[in-house]
Design a protein around this ligand. Structure first.
Ligand code: TXA
Ligand code: MG
Length: 345
């Protein structure tokens, strides 16, 4: 199969790209589409055979469920039945964060084929804010099931060329919507009734932060070790190894923890590229890539993270050393990806 890349840099090109994507999706094909978080590999969520192609194309194991992307808030009821005891909170979250990088886990309706949820009684739902994605999902008239458009366990793609690196020859079409404006996958939250506040269980940290969620309940980071041991991941990166570069990556807690070995070549993924953080002078780095040069801004670090990781992975070095980022805000999501990228299992 040859992979076409459709541009969206003019109105006419965008219209053609959207039409082409919709027509492929209608005929049961998979298409790579831009979202504000990362690129997705989409199929018609109501077409079980088309959804099966997503798993095949990504080489994704059948136990790992997909996210369903809806065209508008009102379409939520078609894919999920919101339990009355959490409906107020769900409405508040949807009104605040949709369209945007928040995915909610809710009981599914019969309209959602089992293959989408890997047999789970719940469905992951989000509404993307990307203008091109919005037009495609509206044009299709059905929700779009879409995981990140990388091969299973690999680095999530944040540009059309990154998708091509991952899936060239495996998909008929990549719609190029430019670089992703968030750069990290959506925050996944399961809402549970609670007294005095509802519990907001964060299954995957993302651009919507703990601080953002606080006004709506009690955010808690899910404990996922048990799920990993049973090989029954409750969510994404619940598998210990994920987002993995081919070159080994090591996340170090501080400069004292790293001593270069002679003869080995190293690249550094630095948070803000400052001498005073103690990493720059530690080794004769082959390359230093900086997430957010200067004072260090976590949203900027988030946007650049997967892009830089992908570039680092192309260098002829023996190991990538990653500085830690601050453990707050979007830093939690970056640290989560770094830990999984450094796990070699
Ligand atoms: O930002 C995003 O969320 C991107 C874009 C394309 O929307 N999508 C994405 O999909 O990151 P994916 O498949 O790479 O990660 C979604 C994760 C899955 O690994 C899965 O474990 C979790 O969401 N998930 C899906 N359905 C679930 C469910 N019913 N319960 C718990 N976790 C679920
Ligand atoms: Mg993924």
């Amino acid at each position: 199969m040859s992979t076409e890349i459709a541009q969206t840099d003019t109105d006419l090109a965008t219209r053609e790209a959207v039409e082409r994507a919709v027509s492929l999706l209608r005929s049961g094909e998979v298409v790579a589409l831009p979202t504000e978080t990362v690129y997705g590999l989409g199929a018609d969520a109501f077409n079980a055979e088309a959804v099966a192609k997503i798993y095949e194309t990504k080489e994704r194991p059948g136990f790992d469920p997909l996210i369903v992307h809806i065209e508008g808030k009102r379409a939520l009821d078609t894919v999920a039945s919101v339990p009355p005891d959490i409906s107020r909170t769900v409405i508040q979250l949807v009104e605040t964060f949709w369209p945007g990088p928040l995915t909610l886990i809710l009981p599914k309706t019969d309209a959602v084929p089992d293959i989408v949820t890997a047999g789970l009684p719940t469905v992951a739902v989000r509404m993307s804010a990307h203008p091109v994605f919005k037009r495609v999902v509206r044009g299709l008239g059905h929700p779009i099931a879409a995981p990140s458009a990388n091969r299973f366990g690999r680095i999530s793609p944040t540009s059309a060329l990154a998708v091509r690196d991952e899936l060239d020859g495996r998909v008929p079409l990549i719609v190029d919507g430019g670089a992703c404006s968030r750069g990290l996958e959506s925050t996944i939250v399961r809402v549970e009734a609670g007294d005095p506040k509802p519990r907001l269980v964060i299954l995957r940290a993302g651009p919507v932060t703990v601080e953002d969620l606080k006004p709506f309940g009690k955010p808690e980071i899910a404990e996922h070790n048990e799920a990993v041991e049973n090989n029954a991941p409750e969510a994404p990166g619940m598998l210990a190894s994920h987002y993995a570069p081919r070159t080994p990556l090591r996340l170090v807690a501080g400069p004292a923890e790293f001593r270069p070995e002679t003869g080995k070549r190293y690249a550094l993924l630095s948070y803000r590229g400052q001498e005073k953080d103690g990493f720059l002078g530690l080794a004769d780095w082959d390359e230093v890539f900086v997430l957010s040069p200067g004072s260090g801004k976590l949203p900027e670090a988030g946007i650049r993270f997967f892009h830089l990781l992908r570039q680092l992975d192309q260098l002829p070095v023996d190991e990538i050393i990653a500085e830690p980022v601050p453990e707050r805000g979007i830093g939690l999501a970056i640290l989560d990806r770094l830990r999984k990228a450094s796990a070699r299992s």
